[in-house]
Design a protein around this ligand. Structure first.
Ligand code: F6P
Length: 329
C-alpha cells in the first residue's frame, strides 16, 4: 500500500443479506486493519436497515476478539426494504455524515453490492465490498466467503445420508441451498459421489434423471440425487413426486438440508479468504477505491466493479457437470 494521501478517516462496516460463515472473520479483519492504519471504525448493525435507522457504534480492537471462529455475524444482518427507496438512502447518508463516517465496507452478496453500487454513485460515499454468501455466485473471485464451509457441511450430511441409503437400497433426493445458484449442489454432488445433480444453470431434467435411475437400479445399492432449491423442476419434494410417478418401485426418501448449511464454524479456507479480503478492503478505501469488490482469483487479490461482480454471474462450470456424470456411472 502506498503511503500517500488517505482518502478515508472513519469507516463503517456492515453485513447484509443472508449470513455466511466467515463474515465474523471479515469484520475482525476490517476492524483490526482500520486500527492498524490509524483510522476510526464503526459497526453498522442489521445491514442497510441499521444504516437507515442509525444503528451504528464504534468498534475497538477488542470488540472483535474471539470471533474469527464463530459462524453468523456479530453485526447481524437483514434484507432492507427502506434502503432500496431514495429517501432511505438519503437518511443513511445523513447518518453517516452525522458520525463523520467517510467510507463503507459492505460484506454480502449480489443484493448487497447492488445497493452499495447505487449508494456510492447517488451520494458519493466511497464503498468497497467483501464477498459474504454461501452461494458462490459472484464473478471476480474463485470463491465467496462461506461457500467452503457450507459445502463441507452439506457434504458431511450427505455422507451420513449415504450410510443409511445404502443400508436400505434407497433413493434419496437431497435438497441443498441455492435459489439461483447451483454451485453448492454441483460441488457437493462431486464430493459426495452423488448419482445426479439438478441445478438452475443446467437443464438436466426428469428424463435424464430417469435414464440414470434405470442404469443405477441394476448396479447400485443406493442412489443420491442432489437438487438445488432453485432448480426449474422444483425442489426435492417436487422432483421426488415426479420421479415416483414414473418409477414407482423405488423406495424413496427426501431430505431438505436447509439452514444448517449457513451456520457453524468457518473452515480455514473461509477464515483466510475473509482475512485477506478484509485487509484489502480497508487498504483499498485508504487508497481511494470505491464501487469495487475485493476477491481472490488464482491465489491473488483481484478488484472487480460491483456491476461486473453481479452481472458476470459465475455459471456453474459445464466441466463440473461432465465430471460428475463420468464419475457417477
Ligand atoms: O443467499 C444465501 C441463501 O442461503 C440462499 O442459498 C438461499 O436460497 C437463501 O439465502 C435463503 O434465504 P433465507 O435465509 O431468507 O430463507
Amino acid at each position: 500500500m502506498s503511503s500517500t494521501r488517505r482518502h478515508v478517516s472513519h469507516i463503517g462496516v456492515l453485513t447484509s443479506g443472508g449470513d455466511a460463515p466467515g463474515m465474523n472473520a471479515a469484520i475482525r479483519a476490517v476492524v483490526r486493519t482500520a486500527h492498524f492504519h490509524g483510522l476510526r471504525v464503526s459497526g453498522v448493525f442489521e445491514g442497510y436497515d441499521g444504516l437507515v435507522r442509525d444503528e451504528i457504534r464504534p468498534l475497538a480492537v477488542r470488540d472483535v476478539s474471539n470471533i474469527i471462529q464463530r459462524g453468523g455475524t456479530i453485526l447481524r444482518s437483514a434484507r432492507s426494504e427502506a434502503f432500496f427507496a431514495p429517501e432511505g438512502r438519503a437518511q443513511a447518508k445523513r447518518n453517516l455524515d452525522g458520525r463523520g463516517i467517510d467510507g463503507l465496507v459492505v460484506i454480502g452478496g449480489d443484493g448487497t453490492f447492488r445497493g452499495a453500487s447505487v449508494f456510492a454513485v447517488e451520494h458519493g460515499v466511497p464503498v468497497v465490498g467483501i464477498t459474504g454468501t454461501i452461494d458462490n455466485d459472484l464473478a471476480g473471485t474463485d470463491a465467496t466467503i462461506g461457500f467452503d464451509t457450507a459445502t463441507n457441511t452439506a457434504m458431511q450430511l450427505i455422507d451420513r445420508i449415504r450410510d443409511t441409503a445404502s443400508s436400505h437400497d434407497r433413493l434419496f433426493f437431497v435438497e441443498v441451498m441455492g435459489r439461483t445458484s447451483g454451485a453448492i449442489a454441483m460441488h457437493c454432488g462431486i464430493a459426495s459421489g452423488a448419482e445426479f445433480v439438478m441445478v438452475p444453470e443446467h437443464r438436466q431434467g426428469i428424463d435424464q434423471l430417469i435414464q440414470v435411475l434405470e442404469r443405477s437400479a441394476k448396479s447400485k445399492s443406493s442412489v443420491i440425487v442432489i437438487v438445488a432449491e432453485g432448480d426449474e423442476e422444483g425442489g426435492a419434494y417436487e422432483v421426488a413426486r415426479k420421479v415416483k410417478a414414473r418409477f414407482a418401485h423405488y423406495d424413496t426418501r427426501v431430505s431438505v438440508l436447509g439452514h444448517v448449511q449457513r451456520g457453524g464454524n468457518p473452515t480455514m479456507a473461509d477464515r483466510l479468504l475473509a482475512s485477506r479480503t478484509g485487509v484489502a478492503a480497508v487498504e483499498g478505501l485508504i487508497e481511494g477505491r470505491s464501487g469495487e469488490m475485493a476477491g481472490i482469483v488464482n491465489g491473488n487479490l483481484a478488484w472487480t466493479r460491483f456491476e461486473d461482480a453481479i452481472s458476470g454471474r459465475k455459471a456453474t462450470d459445464d466441466d463440473l457437470l461432465r465430471i460428475l456424470n463420468i464419475l457417477s456411472i
